[in-house]
Design a protein around this ligand. Structure first.
Ligand SMILES: Nc1ncnc2c1ncn2[C@@H]1O[C@H](COP(=O)(O)OP(=O)(O)O)[C@@H](O)[C@H]1O
Ligand SMILES: [Mg+2]
Length: 260
C-alpha cells in the first residue's frame, strides 16, 4: 500500500484485505499534537480502525504511540473533529460514557483497595448497578481467572494476575473498544500468553475492537490483524503482520530489523 506522508486522506485499511464492507469503529483524521515547547508529538495522523479487529501499534520509543492511544478516549483531549467513534466526534460525547465504551489498560495494573470482586464491581457501581456474585465470576472467567480469586486482595496477586483483574474490571463496563498500552511488557511469558488468548477470544466472541501498543513485534505477529507503524508522530505504514518485512519507510525498516 502506498503511504503518502502528511496526506489528509485516511490510510485505506480495506486495501490490506478487510474488504469494502469493513465497518469502521474509530476514525482518526488530521490528528496533530505539538508540545508546549513547540515539538511535534503527533503529525497529521489519519487512520481507520475497523470494528472487531486487533490493531497493533508499534514504533520507536517516543514516537507518539501512547499519545495516540490516549487521544482515543480523551485521556489526552484531541482537537474536535479529529477522532470519531461510530462516526461521532468523541469530543461531543460525555467523557465518562466514552471511557466506558473505550476501556484502557496500562503497562502496570493499579488495583483499588479491597477484594478482586470489589474491583470488578467498581465501574457498574458508579452507575448504580451492583453486579451479582455470578456476574463477577463470569467476568473473572472471561479474563481467565478462576473463582478462587473472587475474595483475594490486590496484594496477594502477581502482576500478571492483577493485569487480568484490571481487564475484568474494564470488561465490567461492557466496552466496545479496548486500548492497551504495552499491557504485557511487565509480565512473564505465561501471563503474556494468557492475556493474548483472552484478547483474541474477546475479539472473536464479542466482536471487540482492540488497539494495542506493543514493544514486541513477535506479539504483534501473534495476535494483531493489522499493524500501524508510528515514527516521529506520523503513521508511516499500515500493514498486515505477515507483511511487516515489506515496510518501505527507512526508520520503520530499521526498527523492524532490530526488533525482529
Ligand atoms: N504532555 C506532554 N508534554 C510534552 N511532551 C510530551 C507529553 N507527552 C508526551 N510527550 C512527548 O511526546 C513524545 C511522544 O511520547 P509518547 O506518546 O509517550 O511516545 P511512545 O509511547 O511512543 O513512547 C515524546 O517525545 C514525549 O516526551
Ligand atoms: Mg508509550
Amino acid at each position: 500500500m502506498e503511504i503518502i506522508p502528511g496526506s489528509r486522506e485516511p490510510l485505506l485499511i480495506n486495501e490490506s484485505g478487510f474488504g469494502e464492507s469493513a465497518e469502521i469503529k474509530i476514525q482518526v483524521r488530521g490528528l496533530t499534537k505539538v508540545s508546549d515547547k513547540g515539538i511535534s508529538i503527533l503529525n497529521n495522523v489519519n487512520v481507520d480502525i475497523p470494528k472487531g479487529i486487533i490493531m497493533g501499534v508499534i514504533g520507536p520509543s517516543g514516537s507518539g504511540k501512547s499519545t495516540l492511544l490516549r487521544s482515543l478516549n480523551r485521556l489526552w483531549e484531541p482537537p474536535s473533529n479529529t477522532v470519531f467513534l461510530d462516526s461521532q466526534d468523541i469530543c461531543d460525547l460525555d467523557v465518562l460514557t466514552l471511557r466506558r465504551k473505550i476501556g484502557m489498560l496500562f503497562q502496570l495494573p493499579v488495583l483499588f483497595e479491597g477484594t478482586v470482586a470489589d474491583n470488578v464491581r467498581y465501574g457498574p457501581q458508579l452507575k448504580g448497578k451492583k453486579l451479582s456474585d455470578n456476574e463477577v465470576y463470569k467476568l473473572l472467567n472471561l479474563a481467565d481467572l478462576d473463582s478462587s480469586f473472587f475474595s483475594k486482595s490486590g496484594g496477594e496477586l502477581s502482576v500478571g494476575q492483577a493485569q487480568r483483574v484490571a481487564l475484568a474490571r474494564t470488561l465490567a463496563n461492557e466496552p466496545e473498544v479496548l486500548l492497551l498500552d504495552e499491557p504485557t511488557s511487565a509480565l512473564d511469558p505465561i501471563s503474556t500468553q494468557n492475556i493474548e488468548d483472552v484478547l483474541v477470544k474477546l475479539k472473536r466472541e464479542q466482536n471487540l475492537t482492540v488497539v494495542m501498543v506493543s514493544h514486541s513485534i513477535k506479539q504483534i505477529k501473534r495476535i494483531a490483524d493489522i499493524v500501524c507503524l508510528l515514527v516521529n508522530g506520523e503513521i508511516v505504514e499500515i500493514l498486515k503482520p505477515d507483511q511487516l518485512s515489506e515496510a518501505k519507510h527507512p526508520m520503520a525498516q530499521r526498527f523492524l530489523e532490530l526488533g525482529a
